[in-house]
Design a protein around this ligand. Structure first.
Ligand code: EPU
Length: 452
């Protein structure tokens, strides 16, 4: 953390105005990796300027992919014509900075016959193991050696299709299987796959490149390997996590925010909860220009309609459930709801640590080891504090806060904006990992915040 990595936030002002979200971080970074598999350039639009994109760009460039900015703002052109091995010391510069490098395994094995993956980073929200990834890669025929500096992989007999069943519908492991199976020899059947919209969008990207992928019912995905893939041109789905974060900010501060680019279809579960809490929203669908009449950008306006917010019970889950990444920002708004709200976190075992900071600001949140949701989850038996009861409404007051991870970080920021008084939020640079230009957006919404 640098001296300048602090935001002074003068809270108590409702956020009002409009901001725009671009392509989903959790699709864009994977689509960039997919470009490695092609034998022609790929073009990706609406790429946000965030640190995760910079990390993936750096890693791809180290492996010989030429990445350049296209003519349109946010357009990236990725040319994999000269893919080559990279020096492991150079790769290790990116160690600890993101979870994405693990997804380079399959594409690098296909392109080069070997891969080196540095130690992973990402948010500290639990142990975040990679056992599903390694198991899947081994079943494709990869030889995986774990060393002190990272992971070395080879595929002496090539990669071949296989039948797999994930112990849990992991997003990353599903992506690993997709990115490996598309060019493996033969057919792969993946059971208990994750089917998040970002995964379906990645499947669209791969299909544009020439892949043959069938999404069956009941979380079964079948991939028929093909010998070569080309490039793609793709406009990603919008970032539904960022959109929900601003929605929560509108509710918690008693404000009114129009999120340009947000789409209803992938946010339906969030919208249901938002309405149940007492928030209001209005969806405007995107309309392409037609017969001389101009088109219209899609957007969702989120606001606090006045009156009291209502407590809710919610459980995070894999898609189509309530996303774990929506949880932290929304909990700040739940501190303002009358009654007892219950949040059962079933995706990550340690994603409620940030509630301590909210308590230091006057919230009343108690965390429990028990599964307080309707369904017992895999963490209940393992002694993790993964359920929270939020008693409200609580008047939040200013505090000094240290940002622990990306989404919790944004929730700290919302809390500081909602609180009376001046808070200092340390480690805000972490928010740049996933929220483009968040300081400019805060300013556009009338927030009073400045560096240091
Ligand atoms: N898991 C294992 N073993 C594995 C892989 C996962 O046990 O090999 C467990 C995890 O520990 C976790 C659960 O499975 O308890 C789900 O993890 P998943 O693999 O689905 O998460 P991920 O792919 O690492 C992505 C997003 C996360 C998002 C989750 C869930 C990216 C880069 N990250 O992580 O986003 O929370 O899916 O939707 O796509 C964020 O954007 O801030 C973020 C953390």
């Amino acid at each position: 953390m640098t001296v300048n990595d602090v935001l002074t936030v003068h809270g108590g002002t409702p956020l009002h105005g409009r901001i725009r979200v671009r392509g989903a971080k959790n699709l864009v970074s994977k689509a960039m990796v997919a470009a490695l598999l092609g034998d022609a350039p790929s073009r990706l639009y609406d790429v946000p300027r965030i640190r995760d994109v910079e990390v993936v760009r750096g890693l791809l460039e180290l492996h010989g992919v030429r990445v350049s900015d296209g003519a349109e703002d946010g357009e990236l052109v990725l040319d994999p014509a000269n893919v080559a091995s990279a020096n492991s010391d150079e790769i290790n510069v990116h160690a600890g900075s993101s979870r994405i490098p693990i997804l380079l395994c399959g594409p690098l094995l296909h392109r080069l016959g070997h891969a080196f993956i540095p130690d992973l980073g990402g948010c500290h929200i639990g142990p975040r193991p990679i056992d599903f990834h390694i198991q899947a890669l081994r079943e494709f025929g990869a030889v995986v050696d774990k060393a002190a500096d990272g992971m070395h992989l080879t595929a002496p007999n090539g990669l071949h299709g296989t039948k797999l069943e994930l112990p849990y519908p992991s997003v990353g492991a599903t992506e690993q299987v997709l990115l490996t199976a598309v060019m493996a020899n033969g057919v792969t059947e993946l059971r208990n796959a994750a089917v998040e919209p970002e995964i379906i969008d990645l499947i669209c990207v791969l299909q544009k490149m020439g892949a043959i992928i069938k999404v069956h019912t009941d979380r079964v995905i079948e991939i028929q390997g093909v010998p070569r893939l080309g490039g793609y041109t793709h406009r990603p789905i919008p970032d539904r996590i960022e959109a929900a974060s601003w929605a929560a900010a509108a509710l918690a501060t008693g404000g009114d925010i129009e999120v340009l680019g947000a789409e209803q279809v992938d946010m339906m579960t969030f919208l249901n909860v938002f309405r149940s809490v007492g928030g209001a929203y209005e969806v405007t669908d995107m309309r392409p220009p037609r017969n001389g009449s101009p088109g219209q950008e899609g957007k969702i306006r989120f606001w606090h309609p006045g009156g009291e917010l209502k407590a809710v019970a919610l459980e995070t889950d894999v898609h189509p459930g309530f996303m774990t990444d929506w949880q932290q920002p929304l909990v700040v708004a739940l501190t303002q709801a009358r009654g007892l709200s219950i949040v059962h976190e079933t995706v990550y075992e340690q994603r409620l640590g940030y509630t301590e900071a909210l308590n230091s600001m006057g919230a009343t949140i108690q965390v429990y080891r028990d599964c307080l949701g309707g369904t017992p989850c895999r963490f209940g038996r393992r002694d993790f504090k993964h359920s929270a009861v939020i008693a409200g409404p609580s008047k939040l007051h200013a505090a000094d806060l240290v940002i622990p991870d990306l989404r919790a970080g944004f929730s700290h920021l919302i809390a500081a904006l909602a609180a009376e008084g001046t808070s200092r939020v340390y480690g805000v640079d972490l928010i740049n990992r996933g929220y483009e230009d968040f300081e400019a957006k805060l300013a556009a919404l009338g927030a009073h915040a400045e560096r240091a």
